[in-house]
Design a protein around this ligand. Structure first.
Ligand code: ADP
Ligand code: ZN
Ligand code: MG
Length: 488
């Protein structure tokens, strides 16, 4: 794809994100939510759309929608309404989806997105509740619709509570789109609203993309890229679509408003259908559900119970602890890791704490399938280990060995050092002895060193580390090598 000249064009992006809510049961019936269970094992007359059944709204879904709205700075509507969105598809047995239309539960919010290059603002147009459709299972043809011999319907997913979050067209680059979605995911996870598992489809993003001449304030014609199911595909798809539109416009053409599919394998974009308009759906108020009129006191109670959000936590860590945005992003999720890291960082230098928790500790534990907070390494242990590096008792390689021992036995680092005799050799006499022996055993290198070949200092330091089982202090050894061979 040719490079896009972005000095002449400005991309404009708005996202629509569907998340599956972490309720126990479906939106309008008592069937359990499940993923991967036997087809049609969680169904009832309501979610199968038998005639005459009545939906009953799931209170927990409303709570999760309100909590999300509050976290995204939205107004919680004093009165909101469900509508029927009419269309036919085999996965929608009622032939309408119960959704919200012009009276959504959350309106008019905004979030500040933290990135390594600073913050940017994204308006939140609305967030509304709706139900998911069932799932078509295609038989033959490799499981794809095209070429399938037949298709079955699995109603387990039908009626799953969804929250659709719609952003304003405030995003300007694919990287910003990715950063916004990533921050939204950690926010929703922190709130317990959704597991946002993109592989399983519990978070799906549609990207609306247009471009306009740089400096223009009018919006160009947009297209909608459907169902991006990974951050990487979202970013690549948006870039491919920006390039496609710029090429059309530079050739003097016009972008057609349509719904598109991005194929990440081929890096290609295909048209799915021309864009439908709201009136095509013949929306009308759902007569079987009363309006949602949440108590103000309930909303205020939920507001007071909001946790510190990932963006605030990360901002605070970057500002007060001096750790990098990347460290803060990795360490701010899940909650157990936050507590673990803060405990370590409260005892030693925060940057060292971030390094060790994020780096070596997780790496060693990953091999064992353990998380830091479940392991035998307490925050106090890790802080002690970092302290032993600071006071030069341990070199970094030795500290890694000690850590492995702490993971295995749960013993305190200082006790491991003591028991295994792993501490750095601090006895000057012992180091002198090693250096003198090595100079004698390697006369050629020693001679070159005396002639001023500085590079050989490294050779002797390496030998000394080997000879001491990693216990020599490399800086001290280097100084001794220079001293004994007459280098300054
Ligand atoms: P539609 O009626 O096609 O659903 P909406 O106005 O409801 O369009 O907007 C849907 C999404 O598209 C929102 O996220 C919005 O920010 C985004 N959007 C709207 N207009 C544009 C545009 N010209 N370019 C990019 N994104 C846009
Ligand atoms: Zn049901
Ligand atoms: Mg829309």
């Amino acid at each position: 794809m040719s490079a896009v000249d972005l000095s002449r064009w400005e991309p404009v992006i708005g996202l629509e994100i569907h998340v599956q809510l972490l309720t126990r049961t479906k939106m309008f019936c008592g069937c359990a939510l499940s993923f991967g269970d036997a087809p049609n094992s969680h169904t009832c007359p309501v979610c199968l759309a038998h005639p005459g059944v009545l939906p009953v709204l799931n209170r927990e879904a409303v709570r999760l929608a309100i909590v999300t709205g509050l976290a995204l700075g939205c107004e919680i509507a004093p009165h909101s309404q469900f509508h029927r969105k009419n269309y036919f598809y085999p996965d929608l047995s009622k032939a309408y989806q119960i959704s919200q239309y012009d009276e959504p539960i959350c309106v008019g919010g905004h979030v500040s997105v933290l990135t390594p290059d600073g913050e940017f603002e994204v308006g939140i147009t609305r967030a509304h509740l709706e139900e998911d459709a069932a799932k078509l299972v295609h038989v033959g043809g490799g499981g794809r619709r095209a070429g399938a011999e037949s298709s079955g319907v699995d109603f387990n997913r039908g009626g799953t509570p969804l929250l659709e979050i719609v952003s304003e067209p405030d995003i300007r680059t694919s990287a910003q789109a990715g950063a916004f979605l990533r921050q939204l995911r950690s926010t929703l996870r922190r709130l317990g609203v959704s597991d946002c598992n993109m592989d399983e489809g519990s978070m799906r993003a549609d990207a609306n993309v247009s471009v306009r001449p740089a400096g223009s304030t009018e919006l160009g014609t947009k297209t909608e890229l459907k169902n991006m199911n990974s951050f990487r595909f979202l970013e690549r798809g948006v870039d491919a679509e920006i390039a496609r539109q710029v090429a059309i416009l530079e050739a003097g053409g016009a972008v057609t408003q349509e719904t598109l599919h991005y194929d990440p394998d081929l890096n290609e974009i295909h048209s799915l259908r021309s864009k439908e308009e709201a009136h095509d759906y013949r929306y009308f108020p759902e007569p079987d559900l009363v309006p949602v009129v949440p108590d103000r006191s309930w909303i205020e109670e939920l507001r007071a119970g909001l946790p510190e959000l990932p963006v605030d936590l990360r901002r605070r860590w970057v500002r007060d602890l001096g750790i990098s945005f990347e460290d803060a992003e990795v360490l701010s999720e899940p909650r157990e890791l936050v507590a673990y890291f803060e405990d370590v960082a409260g005892r030693v230098d925060a940057k060292a704490a971030a390094n060790w928790v994020r780096g070596e500790l997780r790496a060693q534990l990953r091999e064992l399938g353990q998380e830091p907070w479940e392991s035998r390494v307490t925050p106090a242990h890790l802080a002690e280990l970092i302290g032993l590096i600071d006071d030069r008792t341990l070199s970094v390689p030795l500290a890694k060995e000690v850590l492995a021992e702490v993971i295995a036995s749960g013993a305190a680092p200082a006790a491991v050092v003591e028991e295994k005799g792993l501490g750095q050799i601090s006895d000057e006499g012992a180091l002198v002895e090693i250096v003198e022996r090595l100079l004698a055993e390697n006369p050629d290198q020693a001679a070159q060193l005396r002639e001023g070949k500085d590079k050989l200092v490294g050779f002797f330091v390496g030998q000394a580390m080997k000879a001491s089982g990693g216990r020599a202090d490399p800086a001290r050894v280097g100084a001794l090598v220079r001293e004994k061979s007459g280098l300054s």
